[in-house]
Design a protein around this ligand. Structure first.
Ligand code: PEP
Length: 250
């Protein structure tokens, strides 16, 4: 009933040439992916138009990793949602923990970015997740609930249909430590319950919730078998076409 997605966040990796090669290798294997699973790749901004060319005619969707919180104008170094749409994106990632941590991405900014993404016809992969100390202190439910309510609760159900949530525990991102399937399922079910309490069961049941954090071919199957995990947001392992495809086949 809800979409299954495997999305690759390339972060600040690959040159344009390498990114185009990676996209070509993914497209070449896309017919190995089970029906009902959608693939998304999120290269750096400089790669978007070249990768869009490679993806043309394939079912692989293009995403940005971020967008500006202003529509246009004197914001040096920023890239607007309108530009992303024009470059061929259908998604943007918003609220990744690296942006929250290193670039001051607050919920207030994320509300603005999300509105601009929707205005420009982009869907959003919205990331949430707690830090290690927060989990150790048992605050992970409160942290994730606040991240969701501050940014998503102002949306309409129609806008929620354009949101994919990615639960990414910060302690699992790029560390090689993966959440156990029990830990991940527990918080995914909590996220769905939080959505149900605000938007109703229908919206909650239809929202795709991805897991992210050291997901790889060897652990994807167990994670994706959980009832509330609808796929993954993949960092490191999305830089190798074979691994990315193996994860998507899981
Ligand atoms: C990410 O940063 O979105 C991510 C999941 O990274 P990794 O898979 O490398 O942990």
């Amino acid at each position: 009933m809800r979409k299954k997605i495997v999305a690759g966040n390339w972060k600040m990796n690959t040159t344009v040439t390498e990114g185009v090669e990676l996209a070509k290798s993914i497209v070449a294997k896309v017919n190995e992916i089970p029906v009902g699973v959608s693939l998304v790749v999120a290269p750096p901004f400089t790669h978007l138009t070249s990768v869009a060319e490679v993806l043309k005619g394939s079912p692989v969707a293009l995403s940005a990793q971020n967008c500006a919180d202003q529509p246009k104008g004197a914001y040096t170094g920023e890239v607007s949602a309108e530009m992303l749409k024009d470059a061929g994106c259908s998604y943007t990632i918003l609220g990744h923990s690296e942006r929250r941590e290193y670039y001051g991405e607050t919920s207030e900014k994320l509300v603005k970015k999300m509105a601009l993404a929707f205005e420009n016809g982009l869907k959003v992969i919205f990331c949430v997740g707690e830090k290690l100390a927060e989990r150790q202190e048992g605050q992970h439910f409160d942290v994730v609930s606040a991240q969701i309510s501050e940014v998503l609760f102002g949306l309409t159900p129609a806008q929620m249909a354009k949101v994919v949530i990615a639960y990414e525990p910060v302690w699992a991102i790029g560390t090689g430590v993966t959440a156990t399937s029990e830990q991940a399922q527990e918080i995914h079910a909590f996220i769905r319950k939080t959505l149900a309490a605000h938007f109703g069961e229908d919206v909650a049941a239809k929202t795709t919730i991805l897991y992210g954090g050291s997901c790889k071919p060897s652990n994807a199957q167990e994670l994706f078998a959980c009832p509330d995990i609808d796929g993954g947001l993949i960092g490191g392992a999305s830089l190798k076409a074979d691994d990315f495809i193996a994860i998507a086949k899981s």
